[in-house]
Design a protein around this ligand. Structure first.
Ligand SMILES: NC(=O)c1ccc[n+]([C@@H]2O[C@H](COP(=O)([O-])OP(=O)(O)OC[C@H]3O[C@@H](n4cnc5c(N)ncnc54)[C@H](OP(=O)(O)O)[C@@H]3O)[C@@H](O)[C@H]2O)c1
Length: 246
């Protein structure tokens, strides 16, 4: 299969890229600004699976024209795409009363609008193939987290977007699902509220530990597989059993 993964240069997206390569798939993935990080992921993927074609594309998902351009480049290079993983995301935390227009817009444009642009870009290809897997990276935070009004709204929005696509395109062989991770140590969580989040997680998560990014990637790979053909319009929590956040 051919995967398209946004935000594959670091964190959870990197893990999806590497696990897809490990399973023998080809992967086109994007980064926003860190070409160095993307190159390092390509090198790791080559080591894991020398026969997989793994290429990186610079893309700011907030820019619909750029999504179109990169989408065309990927289709030129790979011929087609089977699984689209809308993973790129950011957070910019603050209490709602103090949240600026810019902070709201930055997160909504990246997490929600960017994911819509990417899904829309590849839908004609998936329809033509009569096969497709749309996978959106939401979060436990979709249920609301103090200090993350913008982030939580986008993560809930992705569930509505995916549920809609799951209805519009299921009869064309396309499924649409959401993966909702809990707490994983990546640059995103290291940068903000790391220690308090970590303490909370270790105290209340039934599994008693922070997740390994591979534990998200394996769920993404399952949803992309032929075996997941009747899994559609759902949200899979990957949280070690914790279903709330403060
Ligand atoms: N980590 C967690 O515990 C956790 C929990 C729940 C949900 N999630 C979700 O999982 C996804 C990945 O999170 P992460 O922790 O792996 O984040 P991360 O380590 O901060 O990586 C973010 C990725 O998104 C890319 N990106 C950022 N802004 C972009 C833009 N405007 N256009 C295109 N790409 C952009 C980055 O590219 P560059 O490398 O070029 O900057 C990077 O590849 C996000 O959607 C996040 O909300 C994470």
């Amino acid at each position: 299969m051919i995967f398209f993964v946004t935000g594959g240069s670091r964190g959870l997206g990197e893990s999806v890229v590497l696990e897809a390569a490990r399973a023998g798939h080809d992967v086109a993935f994007t980064y926003n600004s860190r070409r160095d990080a993307a190159d390092a992921v390509i090198a790791k993927a080559k080591e894991i699976s020398p026969s997989s074609k793994v290429l990186a594309y610079g893309l700011d998902v907030r820019d619909s024209a750029a999504v179109e351009r990169v989408g065309d480049e990927v289709l030129d290079e790979f011929d087609t795409v089977h699984a689209v993983v809308c993973n790129a995301g950011v957070n910019l935390n603050g209490l709602a009363a103090n949240m600026s227009d810019d902070d709201w817009k930055f997160v909504v444009d990246t997490n929600l609008t960017g994911s819509f642009y990417v899904a829309r870009q590849f839908l004609p290809t998936l329809v033509r193939n009569k096969f497709g897997r749309l996978i959106f990276m939401s979060s436990l935070g979709r249920n609301g987290v103090s200090g993350q009004a913008n982030y939580a709204a986008t993560k809930a929005g992705l569930c509505g977007l995916s549920a809609t696509l799951s209805k519009e395109y299921a009869r064309r062989g396309i499924t649409s699902n959401v993966v909702a991770p809990g707490f994983f140590e990546t640059d995103m969580t290291k940068a903000d509220m790391s220690e308090s989040n970590k303490d909370f997680w270790l105290k209340y998560c039934p599994v008693g530990r922070i997740g390994d990014p591979k534990e998200v990637a394996s769920v993404v790979l399952f949803l992309a597989s032929a075996g997941a053909s009747y899994v559609n319009g759902t949200v899979i929590d990957v949280t070690g059993g914790l279903d709330w956040a403060p």
